[in-house]
Write a protein that binds this ligand. Structure first.
Ligand code: NAP
Length: 310
């Protein structure tokens, strides 16, 4: 039986791995479908302490992985399907191809971009529908594109896209951005960004190749409908925590975020800890996720020494 299994390989997961590995707990990490987590879809990270010139997100994650492996962390590139309690204590962790047992589990599965829930969106992902401007923006030079959302992410994505696109429509369901003032002001001052207020996308329209050609818009104040030609839509309407595989082992808030014991990373199940964006809808920063990963590792270590000795 493993001492600790860490599910997820983002900032929270790798930090938990570095700490538990250095405590000689020989952690096993299960990577999920996006090894490295959300920072692998960003470009330069300017606010992670210790990198005064900034560091590219994917490079930061590779460095975290190396640091975790240096102290004996093992990584299995598998997707966890379920976690359940064993009769004699500990946890069974099942992936598509294997089953593991562990005395403690740290959930660091992060959050995935939210989509609009429109009928053909699954078939359009990668064909003009995306949630990652830094990944896909360069594929749409000199054409109009749209960003849906009014938060910091939407403003950031829109600003980044102006490097490539001929025009960036910022489609927001209200007439005021949710984004912080500095980000909102910057976006609204950019001549290539055109806000489309009080509007929602009701349909993605495709060309003969099945690729995005336009969106159908509805004005939420007047009810008027219109079409807007865009070659790509970048959806930035928040995230959904990856917590759906845990059954009743954790309590979730109304948005699916794991509820922790206040001020701790413990969940309602002894030995099961949660860290990073899967439990944090408030800060959602790389450094806060890393901090929670550290806290979860320390709590798992203490739990093991109190309950088992190791
Ligand atoms: P967010 O702040 O939750 O904003 C989500 C936006 O999407 C809101 O404007 C919301 O509209 C809109 N929205 C939600 N559901 C929608 C739907 N079904 N249809 C249409 N619009 C919908 O999410 P975020 O922008 O991803 O930011 C999350 C956190 O990360 C925030 O704390 C943010 O400050 C932080 N962040 C920081 C930076 C930075 O500092 N560089 C960059 C990115 C993110 P309403 O406004 O009407 O609710």
């Amino acid at each position: 039986m493993e001492q600790v299994i860490i599910i997820g390989t983002g900032c929270a997961g790798y930090t938990a791995a570095i700490y538990t590995a250095r405590a000689n707990l020989k952690p096993l990490m299960l990577s999920g479908t996006q090894p490295g987590g959300q920072l692998t879809t960003t470009t330069e990270v300017e606010n992670f302490p210790g990198h005064p010139e900034g560091i590219m997100g994917p490079e930061l994650m590779v460095r975290m992985q190396k640091q975790a492996e240096r102290f004996g962390t093992r990584i299995a590139y598998e997707m966890v399907e379920s976690v359940s309690l064993l009769a004699d204590g500990g946890f069974a962790v099942k992936t598509g191809s294997a089953s593991y047992e562990a005395k403690t589990v740290i959930i660091a599965t992060g959050a995935a971009p939210r989509h609009m829930g429109l009928p053909n969106e699954q078939s359009l992902i990668g064909r003009g529908l995306t949630s990652c401007a830094t990944c896909d923006g360069a594929f749409y030079p000199d054409v109009p594109v749209a960003v849906i959302g009014g938060g910091d992410s939407a403003c950031e994505e829109a600003g980044f896209l102006t490097r490539f696109a001929s025009k960036v429509y910022l489609i927001h369901r209200r007439d005021e951005l949710r984004a912080s003032k500095i980000m909102a002001d910057r976006a609204l001052a950019n001549p290539k960004i055109e806000p489309v207020w009080n509007s929602t996308v009701t349909e993605y329209l495709t060309d003969e190749k099945g690729e995005m050609r336009a969106v159908k818009l509805k004005n939420l104040v007047t009810g008027a409908e219109s079409e807007m030609d865009v070659k790509c839509v970048f959806v930035a309407i928040g995230h959904v925590p990856n917590s759906g595989f845990l059954g009743g082992l954790v309590d979730l808030d109304e948005n699916g975020y794991i509820l922790q014991t206040p001020g701790r990373t413990a969940t309602k199940t002894p030995g099961l800890f949660a860290a990073g964006d899967v439990a944090d809808h408030y800060y959602r920063q790389a450094i806060t996720a890393a901090g929670q990963g550290c806290a979860a590792a320390l709590e798992a270590e203490r739990y093991l020494s109190e309950h088992e000795g190791h």
